[in-house]
Design a protein around this ligand. Structure first.
Ligand code: ACO
Length: 359
């Protein structure tokens, strides 16, 4: 073993999305929206939604097994499971333990992270710190979301959307769904995973820096008002009736903050690790809105070949976006050995930051 400082490398990645494609046209069957409104403002053309009864731990298991298979590893080779989600299977316990159990692990510790769209970035920082400290040699990090569970309409409305019923949509639900159209069109379900492991070779590969920030003063720019133990009881029928269980999004504020803070974080992590922007091979951004990412790309002056987006197919999958977009970029041949890859995200909290890795 060399005396080089230990780093954390991405050994492999895997991703999984449920098979049900929901196009913008399908969404327009149950609310007043159009492909013509959605595409120019968000870039989103379609997303995936799970069948009822499928939770994030199940999606995560598929993504994790794909990552393990690519690495030629068994679940028992993992020292720690880290699970990032804002749409957990249950209020508690967290989905990390559920995933570990699905993988057949009965004593491996499993940690849950709830930092929404910055959850995977926080997971990278956590895994990196654990690995460099020597506490664990290998970490399975997963981001998985089932946003379809947040959609409040009954199965008969889903049937109209998915074409299982000719419609028309129930007028009461059409009006209610239209009232949340600014959010309902943005999200999708999916999962992504990475196997992260120790590198003691001194070959320069691994995470070179990670910055993560929080400003809780912006908590109400993006949050769910109904539910939570500040209320007694923590859920009431009235909350559901008033759509209090649906996230509130101050879309324009989030757009402004993301366009400002993500480029700043990228510049900061590059400077802290002694690298210039020009050295970056690829920047992978959280996929909340294609227009945000185009703005970040413009502010940083990056050419098209240095960014990669897949929000067009999946919408915003919150904690799953970074591993999902990383895995697809690898599969598309956009990330090779030795590449300098940046990651950046911003989400509810507010939490935001960036990471830099030599692959
Ligand atoms: N279809 C048709 N019309 C719509 C839709 C829709 N899906 N959504 C909103 N509209 C209408 C509104 O009703 C409003 O109409 P009005 O002027 O007659 O009242 C008009 O369009 C403008 O609505 P805004 O909500 O102000 O639309 P905006 O231009 O801000 O775009 C959007 C909304 C796309 C959400 C944008 O603000 C955005 O991308 N924000 C950042 C992304 C974001 O917040 N994501 C959620 C959080 S994700 C995360 O990663 C943390």
């Amino acid at each position: 073993m060399s005396n080089a400082p230990r780093t954390t490398v991405i050994r492999s990645s895997g991703s999984y999305v449920p098979p049900q494609v929901v196009t913008n046209e399908m969404i327009s069957r149950i609310m007043d929206t159009t492909d013509e409104w959605i595409v120019p403002r968000t870039g989103i053309r379609e997303r995936r939604f799970c069948a009822p009864g499928v939770g994030p731990a199940e999606l995560a298991e598929h993504a994790a097994r794909r990552a393990l298979e690519k690495a030629g590893l068994a679940p028992s080779d993992i020292g720690l499971v880290v699970f990032a989600t804002m749409t957990p299977d249950h209020y508690f316990p967290g989905s990390g333990g559920l995933l570990a159990a699905r993988l057949g692990l009965t004593t491996t510790p499993a940690l849950d992270i709830r930092m929404q769209c910055a959850g995977f970035l926080s997971g990278l920082q956590t895994a990196d710190a654990f690995i460099r400290s020597g506490a664990f040699d290998r970490v399975l990090l997963v981001g998985a979301e089932v946003h379809s569970g947040l959609m409040p309409w009954p199965e008969s409305v889903w049937d109209v959307m998915l074409g299982r019923s000719p419609g028309p949509c129930d007028a009461y639900w059409y009006e209610r769904a239209t009232g949340m159209r600014d959010r309902a069109v943005l999200f999708g379900d999916g999962a992504g995973a990475m196997v992260l492991e120790a590198n003691d070779s001194g070959d320069g590969r691994g995470f070179l820096g990670i910055v993560l920030k929080t400003d809780g003063n912006h908590w109400d720019k993006l949050y769910v008002p109904g539910g939570g133990c500040k209320s007694r009881p923590y859920f009431t029928p009235a909350m559901f009736e008033s759509l209090g269980t649906i996230p509130i999004v101050e879309g324009r504020q989030v757009f402004r903050l993301a366009s400002l803070l993500m480029p700043e974080a990228v510049r900061e992590v590059l400077a802290a690790s002694g690298h210039a922007l020009e050295e970056l091979h690829l920047l992978l951004m959280h996929q909340a809105n294609l227009r945000i990412n185009e703005s970040v790309q413009r502010v940083l002056g990056l050419p098209d070949e240095k960014v990669f987006n897949n929000i067009q197919k999946y919408g915003n999958t919150t904690a799953a976006t970074l591993p999902l977009v990383y895995d697809e970029a690898v599969e598309a041949g956009r990330i090779g050995p030795g590449a300098l890859v940046g990651f950046t995200a911003l989400g509810a909290g507010l939490h935001w930051g960036a990471a830099l890795a030599r692959i």
